[in-house]
Ligand binder design. Sequence first.
Ligand SMILES: *Cc1c(COP(=O)(O)O)cnc(C)c1O
Length: 377
Amino acid sequence: MTTARILDFLRTERPEGPCLVVDLDVVRDNFHAFRHALPDSAIYYAVKANPEPAILKLLASLGSNFDCASVAEIQMALTAGASAERISFGNTIKKERDIARAFELGVGLFAVDSHEEVEKVARTAPGARVFCRVLTDGEGAEWPLSRKFGCVPQMAVDVLVYAHQLGLESYGVSFHVGSQMTKVDAWDAALGDAKRVFAQLAKQGIYLQMVNMGGGFPTKYLRDVPSAEAYGKAIFASLRKHFGNNLPKTIIEPGRGMVGNAGVIKAEVVLVSKKSDNDEHRWVFLDIGKFGGLAETMDEAIRYPIRTERDADEMEACVIAGPTCDSADVLYEKNMYPLPITLTVGDEVLIEGTGAYTTTYSAVAFNGFDPLKAYVI
Ligand SMILES: *Cc1c(COP(=O)(O)O)cnc(C)c1O
């Protein structure tokens, strides 16, 4: 969404591109939409989506908690004004000395998905709360999270029993349905799994309290997506279905859904060319590509809306590529992208919906290109 404030900023400040501009008003609206959609769930913003200090500070002031994947992210959340009790160390793959450092900083909530990780937490963060991540199938997500994180629910039972035996507080179950999840009912099966883990532990006298329902809430790219409210309704209905009147504490960890639509990248056309005299398709090269912040175009997974000042002109499908000397730096080729036939070198383009997973994925200096600059307004 290119807001009037973003357009105004680009017009008056004329920042050198490529750059990302994030409108904090949109982030604030998204936060309120989540709070309204799931009023009983605590919001843990997934810092990795966009850790700009002004975004973290705004969210901290609104009462958000933070899902952090590293000590550096924990420090950013603390600097933004969140106390350590509002921080979850949500990565299931942690160095033992990083667990120790987080614990020293006051963090007391850790994700695990294996016996081995439980042992690390028990050694370095004695008595801390842990939740075990279970696998989901990722079906319906445009950016699925594969099998890297989580274990099967039956193993989660064993992992949480083990954590209890080692003196940790077995606190709950987590899952992530996959990012940019466009199906509102995708949480249902995982909540059923969570309930079964709760029930099996209760038989052994261990009473879990919390379900961390992860992220996955979508942002609007080219297609419309259901509202936060629609997700909230579906999730609440599933919680009721599986847990009845005995609802657990719940957490959500929106990343993309919190900041995706708040950002716009200003970029520039560097070259428009063809590969032969009778080539039917143009190649449009931008000054930003896969290594400059658009990594989620990998496998053409995320298709960003692109606006130009010539959108009233006739459109024709073209290949869009980035500026680096790496042949992987092609954004859209299998599924070509319609752009105006009049588009020419030096034209500005606006790439919308780029508030999440862009600056954090941008290389430091591949081919000498600077990391993606960000302005938060
Ligand atoms: C990345 C991540 C999130 C955020 O996911 P989105 O799909 O961007 O909402 C939430 N929780 C965990 C544990 C993550 O790794």
